[in-house]
Structures are given as C-alpha cells and as structure tokens.
Design a protein around this ligand. Structure first.
Ligand code: NAD
Length: 436
C-alpha cells in the first residue's frame, strides 16, 4: 500500500520506517530539513534501538523515502499524521498548531477515498472538528492513537499490544477500519486486538492510558513520601503489593518520577480539556499526581544537599543520566536533567554524563558541563547522583571501582536502582528515594 507519514519525529520516523519494513511504500514528510536530510541518507536523527537498521533497509530497498515537499503525499492511500502536540506556552492545554498546519497542507493533495489517520495525541473532540475539513475532499479521517514506548518504539510499532481506530459512523467508517486493518495486516494476522470505536473513545483511550500510568508512578512515589516519614522501605512495599495480580509490579518503580515528551504534557492537556468540558472535578486528582511527581525532583536535590552536609556550593556532583529514561536520547521534560540544573543553580559544579543524550542535553542546558566518559565524570566527585537507570550505571558500576575515582563517598540513588547494601558495605553513604 502507498502510505505517507506527516511529521517525522520520535513517533513519525519510526512509524514510516516500520511501515516500510512490513512491505508498504512509504514517504515520510517533515518541515525540518535537517531531519529529512538525515533520514534520506538512512540515518536516524535521534537514538532509538533498531531504527537505523530498518531505515537503511527501507531507503536502500526504495520503499522508503523522505521529503519536505508535502505534495509527495499525493497518491498515497493512507496519510498518517504524527506531528507534535506540545503543551501550550503559558497554559496546560495542548497546542494544536502543528496538527492544524499539517492537515491544512495535506488537504489540497487528498483524493476521494483516501484515509487520513491521526496518530498524534490530541484532546478529545479534536478529530470531530478536523473530520469536516477532511471529508470535504472525499477523504475519511480516522483517529489511530499511538502507544509506543521510546526505547522499544520499533518493536511496539511493528508488533503493538493493541490497535485502536476511531472512525466516523456508517460505511465510510467501516471502509476506513478495513483499510487500517490492511495497513497493519501482520499484527492483525497475529491476533492483535483491533478496537474499532468512535473518535471520542479513541482519543480518550490514549490520554486515559497515560493518565493511568502517571497515576501508578505517582502512587508509589506518594508511598515513598510516607515511607520517608516512617522509616519504611518503599521498594520492599512495591514488591509486596506487586505480587497481587490486581496491582502488578510494573510501573511501581519509585524514584524521581516521570518526564519526557508525553506523560507530563498529556496529563496536563487532559486536565485542561476536562475543565473545558465542565468535568474538571472528575480528573482533579491528576493535578495531585503531577504535584507528587514534581516534588520527587525536589526530594532528590534535598538528599544531595543533606548528604553533602547542608550545601552543595563549590562541590563537584557527578550526575549519571540526562535522558528522561534509559534507551532514549529524549531530554524533553527530563527529571534527570532537571535535578542537574537545580543542583547547578545551588552552586554545585555539576558534571553530567549519559550514553546517548549529551548532545540534546547540551542544546537545552549549555550551562552544565557534559562528559561522555562515565569514569571521567566520576573522577574527584564529592557526590554521585544516579538519575537515569541506564545499565551502565545501575548494573555495571561496582561501588569498589567508583571509590577509586571519587573524592567523596555520597551516593544518591534517584531511581532506586542500586544495591544499597553493596554500596554501604563499600563505605558509601547511600541515599535512596523512600528508603531508610
Ligand atoms: P517530535 O517533536 O519528535 O516530532 C514531531 C515532528 O513533527 C517534528 O519533526 C516536526 O518538525 C514535525 N512537524 C511539525 N509541524 C509539521 C508540519 N506542519 N508538517 C510536517 N511535519 C511537521 O514529537 P513526537 O515525540 O514524535 O510526538 C508526536 C506526537 O505523537 C505527539 O502528539 C505525541 O504526544 C505523540 N506520541 C508520541 C510518543 C513518543 O513516545 N514520542 C508516543 C505516543 C504518542
């Protein structure tokens, strides 16, 4: 099938390459010339495991091309929209400028019978508004939210755990759902649940899934706050409640909380939309989840300050991690980087390392010092702070080895990923999040 993908960022570039890898003829379109130049050469403009391989394969086979010229979308049967929907400047609502611009630029190139499939995360009600403009061209709009996880994006796109299609009522909607089934044929053939529903439900599935995940993380972090006041250990608590199949251990990792380009802005946009709908009360708790999440960053900073005897001024602090999570170079709203910036603001000599995210971090926060090599980062540090749970820091960093490099013996484990007993045994003052 001929497919176009408009917006080639973390979502769109992977989607375009994945669609080519399952056999479609794909053109990826973006307004960012630098991104398109890289992608056209088969180079991934960001770090995502598995992406370089399918990009190279796609571009070399001739099935995958990239351009800044929107007219290249003409002739495709399905047009995916994967442009950004960031938080509005000065507010919590989603900024739909890019979605509207993408649709406007696409309209002149649509033909009767084309499918426009929105993948961007949008406030409920957006698809219904856009549908009229799309249907005037004879095309049909579907909303096909994306659930990929950065770091596993290729696998999640090719082999998702479910597919959701919000379609209009009637034969156009049924036909659109059939075409999407054809696009995702390998997953559908495997028996992947394919949920056909209305626009509002499809939009809400995405934001409610994110709201649930954010709530689960903030729940355990709220327990961490209580643990800190009582001497309890939140990691043992999480293990113990996680054995209950109704609860489950996944997403009960306590630490400095969630961040990234999705969860924070999505729960805020959801709350803003609920207010507009007169249902602000229904998800008022999301404000609390957001607040708990942000407090954990304060707590990590506090642990470093206390660990260093009340002030970080003039002390060297080695910060391990800049990405919002491992297996990604994404630093959008990264709690790791936020902790580093706050410590820098308190007068610490902050040195940050990360296996993938240094370039992105430097662009955002040039005031920090970045060092690619982990051991160089640790050298002569007064305190070590783990903020992104890369294996390089969590599993492959023996305290005895770190002791040979650092000046001080203070370690703050912002992800509860280190073996506290091993670090203490090696002579370190270990501080976890919600742990004694
Ligand atoms: P991103 O910023 O990495 O990518 C967005 C891309 O759209 C950019 O490359 C930008 O240049 C391009 N763009 C903007 N306006 C355009 C236009 N008019 N025409 C063509 N291209 C245009 O963002 P992202 O992380 O890929 O997220 C995109 C959407 O997908 C968001 O709504 C996000 O919430 C959603 N989403 C993201 C993920 C994720 O893990 N990143 C997961 C699920 C859903």
């Amino acid at each position: 099938m001929r497919v176009s993908v408009i917006g080639c960022g973390y979502l769109g570039a992977v989607h375009a390459a994945a669609m080519a890898s399952i056999g479609h003829e794909v053109v990826g379109i973006d307004v960012d010339q630098r991104k398109i130049d890289a992608l056209s050469k088969g180079e991934a403009p960001f770090f995502e495991p598995g992406l370089p391989e399918i990009l190279t394969e796609g571009t070399q086979s001739g099935r995958l091309s990239f351009t800044t010229d929107i007219s290249a979308a003409a002739g495709a049967a399905v047009h995916f929209i994967g442009v950004g929907t960031p938080q509005q400047a000065g507010g919590y609502a989603a900024d739909l400028t890019y979605v509207n611009a993408a649709i406007d630029s696409l309209l002149p190139h649509l033909r009767e019978g084309d499918i426009v499939a929105g993948k961007s995360t949008v406030p409920v009600g957006t698809a219904a508004e856009l549908a009229t403009r799309v249907s005037e061209t004879g095309a049909t709009l579907v909303w096909n939210p994306e659930f990929l996880r950065e770091g596993w994006a290729v696998q999640d796109t090719i082999d998702p755990d479910r597919l959701v299609a919000g379609v209009p009522e009637g034969p156009d909607g049924e036909r659109a759902a059939d075409i999407l089934r054809e696009v995702y044929a390998p997953a559908v053939a495997k028996g992947t649940p394919f949920i056909v529903t209305d626009y509002a439900t499809a939009e809400l599935v995405k934001v409610s899934a994110n709201a649930f995940l954010a709530t689960k993380i903030s729940f355990i972090n709220a327990m961490a706050e209580i643990a800190e006041a009582t001497g309890a250990d939140v990691t043992e608590l999480a293990d113990a409640i996680g054995y209950d199949a109704r609860i489950g251990r996944k997403f009960l990792g306590s630490g400095i909380g969630f961040g990234g380009g999705c969860l924070p802005k999505d729960i805020r946009a959801f709350a803003a939309r609920a207010e507009e709908l007169g249902r602000g009360e229904s998800i008022k708790f999301l404000h609390e989840m957001d607040a708990i999440n942000m407090r954990r960053r304060d707590r990590a900073v506090e642990l470093v300050v206390n660990g260093l005897g009340g002030s970080v001024f003039g002390k060297k602090v080695a910060v391990l991690g800049a990405a919002f999570k491992p297996h990604s170079d994404d630093v959008r709203d990264s709690p790791a980087l936020d902790v580093a910036v706050r410590l820098n603001g308190l007068g610490a000599n902050v040195v940050v390392t990360d296996p993938q995210a240094i370039d992105n971090a430097r662009r955002l926060h040039p005031q920090l010092t970045y060092v690619a090599d982990r051991d160089e980062t640790l050298r002569d540090a007064d305190a070590v702070v783990l903020v992104t749970e890369w294996d390089e820091y969590r599993r492959e960093m023996a305290p005895e080895h770190v002791s040979t490099l650092t000046h001080g013996r203070v370690v703050v484990d912002g992800r509860n990923g280190l073996d506290a007993a091993a670090w203490r045994a090696a002579g370190w003052s270990y501080y976890g999040m919600g742990r004694p």
